[in-house]
Design a protein around this ligand. Sequence first.
Ligand code: XUL
Ligand code: CO
Length: 437
Amino acid sequence: MSQDAFPSIESIPFVERTSKAALGFRHYRPDELVEGKPMREHLRFAACYWHTMRNGLADPFGAPTARTPWDDGSDSIDNCKRRAEVFFEFLRKCRIDFYCFHDRDIAPERATLAESNRDLDVIVAHFEALQRASGKRLLWGTACLFAHPRYVSGAATSPRIEVFTHAAAQVKKAIEVTHRLGGEGYVFWGGREGYTTLLNTNMKREREHLGRFLHLAVDFAKSIGFKGQFYIEPKPREPSVHQYDSDTAACLDFLREFGLLEHLKLNIETNHATLAGHSVEHELAACRAAGALGSIDANAGTDHCGWDTDEFPTDPRLTTKIMLELLAAGGFTTGGLNFDAKRRRESFEPVDLFHAHIAGMDAFARGLKAAAAVRADGRIASFVKERYASWDSELGRSIERGTTTMAQLEQLALTQHAWPVESGRQEMLEHILYEQI
Ligand code: XUL
Ligand code: CO
């Protein structure tokens, strides 16, 4: 296994909060118990292959800046293998237990599907060996159904049946290799499953095709005994102007409409939530209410620009809100915190990969401790409980059960002349919350 891509860095140490060490975890302690469970099991950190190993940090105005001395820039099998080794060295040194990938991140697309599959198998065998040697695990796999020009008008929602067919074959293979690597899940992010103008689009048919495509995947997974969790990842735009999986509500509606809700949970990404005009905690709460909270793509956006900037989530106020929702949902089962995040273009040195992930991991460890403290304190939860206490009455139960009619409510309302509404105390609650961080 490669040991020398980051020669000056050893396994990241655990340091005191006041330490001035350049690299060190100030909050993350994998074995520390929070609410009776080790931090590593609460957080289930994953690094993603596409940003960590394949993102050169180019932007629409400039060339890549990332320094990757281990990478010769070719798509040779040797280069793919070397990259994988460097990635596992990074996972080990940064104490990250899981990872995620797209098929085309780890092995190149060749001239034919058969050749692409053949080379993918060679690389997957290498990943298998690296996993075995390191104990690292695959959180989820996925297929890249958006980069190749054939997917210009969508994959499962392409107007061309040949493109749908190719996408199905690509997903079949991606599920197979995810299964082979013991992946705990498989993600569908819509990519180009949407449209730019209705003038050329049959929306009804495209949505039906997407529903059929997901059923094909579910049936195939069953046929090979893949028991991992399927996820759908909402995002409102980019690359399409309108995406069919635009936010949690749209995804839940889609899954229900096509009979898929029992087969898929959601993978919620912070920056996608903010692009949809929601907070990430809103999206997580919406998933929790539907019993569909699966996994999290951990990142952050910039308020001042409407793009998916995929920044590392370093703000403990953000991570505390996420962890509050996650703890309320009972924590992860198959899911985890996948850093779908890239360094800024100016953070181009290899050591910045460590700075970025450590900052994200420490922010989440801090958020976990703060969320647990908020729950132990109990004031916020009891405020919310008290706020709805009138619904715990006999009348409340009866309305909730559906055994009260509108006419009965009218009778009550005619004799009722006061509405004891109370202050929502938002500022007080925010004060309590931020005190714990
Ligand atoms: C794109 C995005 C993807 C998915 C996996 O915005 O988030 O990387 O997470 O395809
Ligand atoms: Co994502």
